[in-house]
Structures are given as structure tokens and as C-alpha cells.
Design a protein around this ligand. Structure first.
Ligand SMILES: C[C@@](CO)(OP(=O)(O)O)[C@H](O)COP(=O)(O)OP(=O)(O)OC[C@H]1O[C@@H](n2ccc(N)nc2=O)[C@H](O)[C@@H]1O
Ligand SMILES: Nc1ncnc2c1ncn2[C@@H]1O[C@H](COP(=O)(O)OP(=O)(O)O)[C@@H](O)[C@H]1O
Length: 302
């Protein structure tokens, strides 16, 4: 028997970052949105834990560990420990989400593994327990369970769904060289050394934009406090921002800690035109994706 679960990439429409805390994390006020780029995770019974990676030929799997460091295996072991079981599984990951791209692909795999094993073994884990296990694995994992559009507070792990009536279209511009999240947070600290940072908050007008689905209003409100520090580490990304606006996107935004860049478009046709324009300017892999989309969900149970 095997179960396959699909989990989405995330973007942050707003990523407000507060001062580094004593626990080594930054308090966040973020507005997550799940977008139509996915990893599929298939689990099946096995005597020992193992992880197997596949890509579509366009994703670089070299940076993804295929051993106990893989967050999907950590998720599997955490679920088994939570239930006091002694079981193991084979975990196969088909990656469609860029690696170290600021789109939480590892978090998607962890969330998908929790849901897939829960279904495979009929564990009936309550949602609150799944969310708690997810938070223990990484700040972005609870949102990958939830999907849609949601506020993230705490370190990003406390998630609350919000109303989003928009049918949004984004072009995702990937980059061949990943950025490590801790490096970008460190660059943020250096940038703001000595400054008194305010408590991060989601601007109320963002909720209005989500209610009305007004793309120009959303474009004006997009904000990512990690964009400037990431651009200091990777000044080459500035060219992507320039080309995005020249190609006619409403706005360009760094995805989380980067280096993927998100281009907000008015509809699918405009996104496809912007995508074609970017391809002509020699950018790396690009994708046209809708948002919001569902969180981790079962797609096959055989
Ligand atoms: C920046 C964001 C925005 O959504 O995502 P990415 O763009 O990397 O996907 C997240 O905050 C990434 O969260 P995630 O990738 O789950 O990070 P974790 O594994 O929890 O933490 C990795 C490291 O990032 C730093 N970290 C993470 C979250 C946070 N609120 N403050 C931090 O300072 C810490 O140094 C931590 O040790
Ligand atoms: N299942 C996984 N998929 C991707 N990366 C993983 C996985 N497990 C562990 N990692 C490690 O986590 C790092 C960050 O991964 P990822 O979630 O893709 O990016 P980001 O944190 O930028 O959103 C990778 O560079 C890799 O070393």
C-alpha cells in the first residue's frame, strides 16, 4: 500500500521581521499565500526509513540530503514518536519546488510526509497535533499543512487562515544558486545593527486588497523585510527586478529569503506574456502559477 500527498510552495505577501530574540529566531508578522508549484511525496511501508528524490530534470537535487538530515524523514520519525510506534517507511519525493529558493520546499515535504503517513497507517492524528508536530520541524511547516492564505505569527509557525477572494497569478523566476535562510536573517541583523525595530504587524489595507481582489492595490502593499539584506548578499538579483517591471508585471517581490523572485500579474494571459518576455531576456527557469491553492492533500491512496 502507498499514499501520495501533494503540498504547495509558499510565498510571503508581507514579511515583517522584528529584532533577533534570545531564542535565535526573529518575531514575524507574515501573510503567507500557497502557490501552484508542488512537491509530491509518496510513502509506503518498509522495515527501515529511507528517502528517494526525483526531479523533473529542471530541479537541482544535489543540495537535498537523501539521509536523516532530510526534513521529510525527520517528519516521519516525529509522527511515529508522537504515537509511540515503532514503524518505518520509504519516502519518495518528486520535487517541483525550487531548492533553497525561499519557497519552503523542504517544509512542503515535511507537511506532505505527516499527512501521507497519517493516512497510510490510519493514525487519525488530530489537526492540532499535526500543527504542533509541524511547528517543531520548521517555522514554515504548519502553513504547508494549511495552504490558502494565512497570517503567520510567532516565528511564522502560528498560522491563522484569512479571507482571500482574489484569483491571483504570479510568475516565479527561479535562480540557479540558492540562498541559505540563516545567512539572510544574519544579513538582516547586520543591516539593522543598533536600530530599534518596531513590532512587526500586517497592514490592515492588505486584508482589503484580498477581499476585493484588486491587483493594483495588492501590488502597492507587497513588502518583504528580507529583500534588502538578500539583495546585499546577491546584488545580481536586481536585474531580475528591473526586467520584471520592464516586462509589464504589476510588482516584483523577493520570495521569502530568496533568491526566487515573484512577479504579480493581472490575470493568466498577462502572466504568460510576462513569462515569455522574461524567457526572451535570458532568465532561468520561470513558471506561471495561480494562488491561493490548497495545503497538503492526498492525491493517491492505493
Ligand atoms: C524566511 C522564511 C519566510 O517564510 O522562509 P523561506 O523564505 O526561507 O522559505 C522563514 O522565516 C524561514 O523559515 P524556515 O525555513 O522554516 O526556518 P527554520 O527552519 O524554522 O529556521 C532556520 C533558521 O532561520 C532563522 N529564522 C527562522 C525563522 C524566524 N522567524 N527567525 C529566524 O531567525 C534561524 O536562524 C533558524 O535557525
Ligand atoms: N526535503 C527537502 N527538500 C529540500 N531541501 C531540504 C529537504 N530536506 C532538507 N533540506 C535542506 O534545506 C535547505 C533549504 O531548503 P528549502 O526548503 O528548499 O528552501 P528555503 O528554506 O529557501 O525555502 C536545502 O538547502 C537543503 O539542504
Amino acid at each position: 500500500m502507498s499514499t501520495t500527498v501533494r503540498a504547495p510552495a509558499k510565498i510571503n505577501l508581507h514579511l515583517g521581521v522584528g529584532p533577533l530574540g534570545e531564542d535565535g529566531f526573529h518575531p514575524l508578522a507574515t501573510l503567507y499565500q500557497a502557490v501552484g508549484l508542488y512537491d509530491d511525496v509518496t510513502v509506503s511501508d518498509q522495515l527501515e526509513w529511507s528517502v528517494h528524490l526525483r526531479g523533473d530534470g529542471r530541479i537541482d537535487l544535489d543540495e537535498v540530503p537523501a539521509d536523516d538530515r532530510n526534513i521529510a524523514l525527520r517528519a516521519g520519525r516525529a509522527l511515529v514518536a508522537h504515537h509511540g510506534l515503532e514503524r518505518a517507511a520509504k519516502v519518495e519525493i518528486r520535487k517541483g519546488i525550487p531548492v533553497a529558493g525561499g519557497m519552503a520546499g523542504g517544509s512542503a515535504d515535511a507537511a506532505a510526509t505527516l499527512v501521507a503517513l497519517d493516512r497510510l497507517w490510519d493514525l487519525q492524528t488530530p489537526d492540532d497535533d499535526l500543527l504542533r508536530l509541524a511547528a517543531g520541524l520548521g517555522s514554515d511547516v504548519p502553513f504547508a499543512l494549511l495552504g490558502g492564505t494565512a497570517i503567520g505569527s510567532g516565528h511564522g509557525e502560528l498560522v491563522t487562515p484569512v479571507v482571500d477572494h482574489g484569483s491571483w497569478w504570479w510568475v516565479v523566476v527561479e535562480n540557479d544558486t540558492g540562498l541559505a535562510t540563516p545567512d539572510v536573517y544574519r544579513a538582516f541583523d547586520e543591516l539593522h545593527a543598533g536600530a530599534l525595530l518596531p513590532t512587526p504587524q500586517i497592514p490592515p489595507a492588505l486584508h482589503d486588497a484580498l477581499l476585493t481582489g484588486d491587483v493594483e492595490q495588492l501590488a502597492r502593499l507587497l513588502r518583504n523585510d528580507l529583500q534588502e539584506p538578500a539583495l546585499r548578499l546577491r546584488p545580481d538579483l536586481a536585474a531580475t527586478f528591473d526586467d520584471a517591471l520592464a516586462a509589464g508585471a504589476h510588482a516584483a517581490l523577493l520570495s521569502g529569503s530568496g533568491p526566487s523572485v515573484l512577479l504579480l500579474c493581472g490575470d493568466r494571459a498577462q502572466a504568460e506574456a510576462v513569462d515569455a518576455d522574461l524567457a526572451g531576456r535570458g532568465h532561468g527557469r520561470t513558471s506561471v502559477v495561480p494562488a491561493p491553492v490548497a495545503g497538503a492533500h492526498v492525491v493517491e491512496y492505493v
